[in-house]
Design a protein around this ligand. Structure first.
Ligand code: PMP
Ligand code: GLN
Length: 385
């Protein structure tokens, strides 16, 4: 294995899921739902297979899906031309990798916020670029230190990768934070790559919470933002791997140049099904969001009752907790022992950082599970005290 990939031989999700399976633990590690997406969408996929939608789709993705993606983005007040400014990818993961491969030269710097989703560091490395990491601040909520972002920018900085709602912390970047990031991108002529896969999962709206705000809607950002999202989290179909890129034509065609030699195309019969869901299932998505908001509260309260120092989660599938109040000092050590000891799997946040010591007290739990699964995990976690 080449040296630039040796730090990335396994993923924490595969490791913790294997450990959970081996020990029979409740798996609150890897974030995937344990219920299916909307029935109409599932039927559309079956219909597509039965009616012969089984060969290579067009390079940019099937037209009905690109049209549905453009229509969904129009809901935020942004226009994308489905023919030239939308590209269907094999999940957000491929979109992120393609964007980095297409838009950064070896030696360019890419700013990431830590903790960062694991594929970011690996994809930056694949591109031969260098990551510059800015820590979120662990306080009343996990917040963005704009001075630290400014300090991380150098003449070599090419791009910044912004993930809100944010995995693993569950923080949703505020208008002020996004406006500050946008101003720095404009000032320093940076490309923004945004990972918005949790765009439909923001909670606490109407109680001081923050709605999803696409970075490309901020002044000066439309022409420099590669917006990425995916159907997995929107419609409970993480295994379908249908994602997309929306960006100005020049950026979209650059990303497409990389994407076509990674996978060429993907998921033909899922594409019309996701198009259907984008067009017809917005009420289902709202219900999913409300359901997940309640699960967020259920697990957060349960963890607090079990003695964890729970951090607020305003979006995503995840809540983070401080393990120190329970007398532990190292989340990685705890997560390795947790499945055997009490029968629950979780993910240590330090593995998503370049400064593990600063994050080793934080562990991530997924709440995208049936209530009885969450309740069982909480009962088990009480045995830690
Ligand atoms: N970005 C984030 C923040 C994620 O949590 C995930 C996975 N759930 C992805 C990207 C990957 O999305 P996809 O499965 O569509 O590739
Ligand atoms: N995004 C999911 C998580 O953060 C898992 C994705 C994966 O297994 N790569 O848990």
């Amino acid at each position: 294995l080449v040296s630039r990939l040796t730090p990335f031989t396994s993923t924490i999700f595969a490791e913790m899921t294997a450990l959970a399976t081996r020990t029979g633990a409740v798996n609150l590690g890897q974030g995937f739902p344990d219920t299916d997406g909307p029935a109409g969408m599932l039927e559309e996929a079956q219909r597509a297979i039965a009616s012969g939608v089984n060969q290579y789709p067009p390079g940019p993705g099937r037209p009905e899906l690109r049209a549905a993606i453009a229509a969904q983005r129009a809901g935020y007040g942004i226009e994308f031309d489905p023919d030239t400014e939308v590209l269907v990818t094999v999940g957000a993961t491929e979109a992120i990798a393609s964007a980095l491969l297409a838009l950064t030269e070896p030696g360019d710097e890419v700013i990431l916020f830590e903790p960062y989703y694991d594929s970011y560091a690996a994809s930056v490395a694949l591109a031969g670029a260098t990551r510059k990491v800015v820590s979120l601040v662990d306080g009343e909520r996990f917040s963005v230190d704009l001075d630290a972002v400014r300090a991380a920018i150098t003449p070599k900085t090419r791009a910044i990768l912004v993930n809100s709602p944010h995995n693993p912390t569950g923080t949703v970047f505020t208008h002020e934070e996004l406006a500050g990031i946008a101003a720095l991108c404009v000032e320093h002529d940076l490309i923004a790559i945004t990972d918005e896969v949790y765009e439909s999962l923001t909670y606490d709206l109407g109680c001081g919470g923050v709605p999803h705000l696409p970075l490309c809607t901020f002044p000066g950002m439309a022409e420099r933002t590669v917006t990425i999202s995916s159907a997995g989290k929107m419609f409970n179909c993480t295994g379908w791997k249908i994602g997309w890129v929306c960006a100005p034509e020049e950026l979209t065609s650059a990303v497409r140049a990389a994407k076509q030699f990674l996978t060429f195309v993907g998921g033909a019969p899922f594409q019309p099904a996701v198009a259907y869901a984008l067009e017809h299932e917005s009420a289902w998505v709202t219900a999913l969001r409300d359901d997940l908001a309640a699960k967020r509260t259920r697990l957060s309260e349960g963890l607090a009752a079990a003695g964890f120092g729970v951090r607020p989660s305003a979006g995503t599938y995840f809540v983070c907790a401080d393990v120190r109040p329970l007398g532990f000092s190292d989340g990685a050590e705890l997560c390795l022992r947790l499945p055997e000891r009490v029968g629950v799997a979780a993910v240590p946040v330090q593995v998503f950082t370049d400064t593990p010591d600063a994050w080793k007290h934080i562990v991530r739990f997924a709440f995208c599970k049936k209530d009885e699964v969450l309740d069982e995990a909480i009962v088990r976690l009480h045995k830690l005290a």
